[in-house]
Design a protein around this ligand. Structure first.
Ligand code: PMM
Length: 280
């Protein structure tokens, strides 16, 4: 069927006590593996397993704690033949996960969190998500100024790509992620979504993670209806908004969208795919 370019769904399993949307739910390895299987059954093509929350104020697990959380889940899911990614900023965790069968390393620090990450990615040949985040360059909670958020995210991601290529990573290994919610306020996130085609135009596959993020917790297209102080809707009530943002990301050419709940986004993407093939 002729249609829109395919956008994959990456389902999230956070094996953490404190992630903002699903913290504590999949801390037990068996529960996490079962959740990964469920995400795939629902339509996820990739399962992203993370053992460290980036929620502001959360304490970092030790490397051993992080390994203990993610490795059993990564290896069990990889053994079942699933495409697994590991969400980590640590080269040691990433390397062990790749040895256990992970196909992709998802690094929210874009390689800035661990100097050994680039060389390790080059040596293993694993695919690598380079996400935009200024948090490790400055204070993670600092507010950030952008004159043109899309242009600055593009140029900062390009600088990371150049550094990684210099370390021996191949272009084919790389995936870009503009890092929704990371060093960005709600207005930045909306501008980034509106200008996502410019990130896609950099020519590498783009992963987009808007799922349940804070900027989706205070929605109104009518000025004055939801003023800045309005109460946020809880994360588990943000899946419709997530499906909408993920659909827009797909339409802008995203390679994959990262979500906590697969069905709403799967259905939104299917609606678009079906209209592409209809009426011709
Ligand atoms: N967001 C979170 C964690 N990991 N990885 C990528 N590539 N992109 C993201 O936007 C992203 C990420 C934070 O959300 P979570 O803690 O609820 O999973």
């Amino acid at each position: 069927m002729p249609g829109a370019a395919h956008t994959a769904i990456m389902g999230v399993v956070n094996v953490t006590p404190d992630s903002f949307s699903d913290g504590g739910r999949w801390l037990d390895a068996d529960a996490a593996v079962a959740r990964g299987q469920e995400l795939v059954a629902q339509g996820a093509e990739l399962v992203d397993v993370g053992g460290e929350s980036t929620r502001p104020g959360s304490t970092r697990p030790t490397e051993q704690e992080e390994l203990d959380r993610v490795l059993p889940v990564v290896s069990a899911l990889a053994q079942r033949g699933y495409a697994v990614s590991v969400d980590t900023m640590r080269a040691g965790v990433a390397e062990a996960a790749v040895e256990a069968g992970a196909a992709l390393v998802n690094d929210v620090s874009g390689g800035l969190g661990d100097a050994r990450m680039g060389p390790m990615i080059a040596a293993t040949g694993a695919r690598y998500v380079v996400m935009h985040w200024r948090g490790l360059l400055t204070d993670a909670t600092a507010t950030h100024h952008y004159d043109d958020v899309v242009a600055e995210v593009c140029s900062e991601l390009s600088a990371r790509v150049d550094a990684l290529l210099h370390q021996g990573v191949a272009t084919e290994q790389l995936v870009l992620d503009p890092g929704f919610g990371f060093s960005k306020d709600a207005d930045h996130n909306w501008s980034l979504l509106a200008g996502l085609d410019r990130v896609v135009a950099l020519g590498l596959p783009v992963l987009v993670g808007t799922s349940r993020k804070r900027f989706l917790g205070r929605l109104s297209s009518r000025p004055g209806v939801a003023p800045p102080g309005a109460e946020l809707t809880p994360p588990e009530q943000r899946d419709a908004a997530t499906a909408a943002t993920s659909l827009l990301a797909a339409q802008a050419g995203a390679w994959a969208v990262r979500v906590h709940e697969v069905p709403p986004t799967r259905d939104a993407l299917a609606v678009w795919q079906l209209t592409q093939g209809a009426g011709r």
